[in-house]
Write a protein that binds this ligand. Structure first.
Ligand code: ADP
Ligand code: MG
Ligand code: ZN
Length: 615
């Protein structure tokens, strides 16, 4: 905190102010008293002689003169001499004195006291006030030390008028959260059916996808007390402080139950335990343990639901994710074109747009943009328009703003040129077509060229039913599907990009596992090599070789053979189904995301030929 905003500074300013006012008042009073004309005794004697004086009031050495015509004057006499003596010395005749009324007033006790006290008291008072302010501040610091273990949980005022309507897209997430809010409002309805109220909901998604925004919308919609805290506030240097803050935060929420508690950026404390090298993370572990305890500790009828947000669900401790804790997970995806349009609409609300502005164009020009990026685009455009002294934002400024945001320092990796988009469309299309055509593969669930993290796009396959075991055929189909992206790029563009590297790595890993762990190769039954979890390296595996060089080279040969077989099948698929691939790629370029039904609709007319991997 800068000094000029500190409490000490404020107090000093206040103290000085009080001092000034006091001094000012005092001198003002002094001036008032000095208003009447100040006369020397000489002059008084002259005025007496001239008969201008009506009355003299003597107060110790002070003379207050009432002159004719209502005028007033003051004068002082010598301390030792009496008034008449003095005046006579200055030449006033006895005659003159006789015509004047002379009052001698003995000053009352309090007047004497005041005349002494006020000049001394006022500065003292000012200094005292200053000291008091300072002490108060010091006491505040002491209190702060006492409340070190208190949480900084804040209760939402309910003033935030953010509603679900202010959050574009994210329909699934909204539906899930609406249900959670419903739980809180009507717990009886659910309990009557024996349903347990969910304890925790984890919002996961890339930065800027609207996690915090959604939580604030829940606060605006829920009509139950909403507490929010950032997990980083639990991280302190001293062991145990975080845990005690968690305890305190939950206590506060429980007192207000039914209530919602929102922990933002939970990965700050929720990282997998025991994953650091050496010690040094005791504090975070204790904090996490306390969260776990609090999540478990609710009585069944205390209605506190914990919302948490993270953009790293992969690093969270598994204990956090087990049923009864954050068992509900809501994924917030990067917005696709339709959602981007809706987000732009929301952020264009209070901005005057030129009539010619076309937000659809803007939406299609911004693949890979998060909600936060889009909000930023609208804002940058408004700034550009203001700089140009315009009343409305025009399309050119919007497009310039897009460029500005794209070229911003952190976004460089996300720039998607038209060529990039095309390559991505064929890459993902390749995955999807192979998945749909290889025997043993899971059906395509979703294909998208909206980037996710490092990947340009993604293809999701979801098994028809839950399975505990995977067959050899399924592994081979999986490998062929993984290679589909790479091979499609190669077939269409005659070149390959770095985008396929993780596919290749994964396909190789599957092949190696088939050979060394599952006995699914010609090498026969038996496992090769020992893997064990190394606690201090987190989830990394250490591999220990327990076979000879000769076996090692046979393993490598088997892996290569399986990969080649998968590759051959995938290439075959892409060749015979090229027309379907083209159709899917162009649909992806246009719509960016294809749901399962959309995808199968598109490929249906092509009657995909089913092929199996021969290995
Ligand atoms: P994070 O997921 O990192 O917590 P935020 O919720 O803080 O992201 O989002 C940052 C900003 O981006 C929001 O304040 C909002 O202006 C904008 N934003 C993000 N997603 C959306 C959305 N779906 N609809 C409207 N605005 C959004
Ligand atoms: Mg956030
Ligand atoms: Zn891929």
């Amino acid at each position: 905190m800068p000094f000029f905003r500190s409490a000490l500074f404020k107090n000093i300013v206040w103290g000085t102010l009080v001092l000034f006012v006091a001094v000012g008042l005092f001198s003002l009073l002094g001036e008032k008293a000095a208003e009447p004309e100040n006369l020397t005794l000489n002059q008084v004697a002259q005025k007496l002689a001239a008969g201008e004086v009506e009355k003299i009031t003597v107060r110790e050495n002070e003379l207050a003169l009432d002159l004719r015509e209502g005028k007033k004057a003051v004068a002082r006499k010598e301390r030792e001499a009496s008034l008449t003596e003095s005046l006579t010395n200055f030449g006033a005749g006895a005659e003159d004195l006789r015509n004047v009324q002379i009052d001698v007033v003995n000053p009352s006790g309090w007047q004497v006291a005041m005349s002494v006290l006020i000049p001394t008291l006022v500065p003292l008072l000012a200094i005292g006030l200053l000291l008091w302010f300072m002490f108060r501040q010091a006491r505040g610091t002491a209190n702060q030390a006492m409340s070190f273990g208190r949480s900084t949980v804040k209760r939402s005022s309910g003033q935030e008028r953010i509603r679900f309507a202010d959050v574009a897209g994210l329909e699934e997430a909204k539906a899930e959260l609406t249900e959670v809010v419903d739980f809180l409002r009507n717990p009886k309805k659910f309990q009557a059916l024996g349903a347990k109220i969910p304890r925790g909901v984890l919002l996961a998604g890339h930065p800027g996808t609207g996690k915090t925004l959604l939580a604030r919308a829940v606060a605006g919609e829920s009509k139950v007390p909403f507490f929010h805290v950032s997990a980083s506030e639990f991280v302190e240097m001293f062991v145990g402080v975080g845990a005690s803050r968690i305890r305190d935060a939950f206590l506060t929420a429980r007192k207000a139950a039914p209530a919602i508690m929102f922990i933002d950026e939970i990965d700050a404390v929720g990282r997998q335990r025991g994953a650091g090298l050496g010690g040094g993370n005791d504090e975070r572990e204790q904090t996490l343990n306390q969260i776990l305890v609090e999540l478990d500790g609710f009585d069944n009828d205390t209605n506190v639901i914990v919302l948490a947000a993270t953009n790293r669900p992969d690093v969270l401790d598994p204990a956090l994710l087990r049923p009864g804790r954050f068992d509900r997970r809501v994924m917030l995806d990067m917005p696709d074109r339709k959602d981007r349009r809706a987000i732009l609409d929301i952020h264009a609300k209070n901005k005057p747009l030129d009539k010619a502005v076309n937000l659809d164009v803007l939406a299609s020009r911004t693949p890979g943009f998060s909600g936060a990026d889009l909000a930023n685009v609208m804002n940058e455009a408004a700034i550009l328009a203001a700089r140009a002294n315009q009343k409305k934002i025009n399309q050119l400024q919007l497009l310039e703003a897009v460029e500005k945001v794209v070229l911003g320092p952190e976004r460089r990796s996300r720039v998607m040129t038209d060529q990039d988009r095309k390559i991505t469309a064929y890459h993902e299309g390749g995955h999807a077509i192979v998945a749909a055509s290889i025997e043993g593969s899971d059906p395509v669930h979703k294909v998208s060229i909206v980037s996710r993290g490092m990947a340009g796009g993604y293809t999701m396959k979801v098994p028809e039913e839950d399975r505990s075991y995977k067959s050899r055929k399924q592994f081979l189909a999986e490998m062929a599907t993984m290679l589909g992206g790479f091979l499609s790029e190669k077939a269409v563009f005659g070149d390959v990009t770095t985008g396929a590297s993780s596919d290749l790595k994964e396909a190789t890993a599957v092949a190696r596992k088939m050979v060394t762990r599952y006995g699914m190769s010609d090498l026969g039954v038996g496992t090769f090599g020992q893997t064990q979890e190394m606690v201090f390296l987190g989830r990394d595996l250490a591999h220990e070789r327990d076979y000879s060089e000769a076996v090692a080279s046979r393993i490598d040969a088997e892996v290569a053979r399986l990969l080649a077989a998968a590759r051959e099948a995938a290439e075959q698929v892409l060749k015979v189904n090229k027309a379907a691939l083209d159709a899917v790629a162009s649909a992806l370029l246009e719509r960016e995301t294809l749901e399962r039904e959309d995808f199968y609709e598109i490929v249906k007319p092509f009657n995909l030929e089913q092929i199996s991997v021969q290995a």
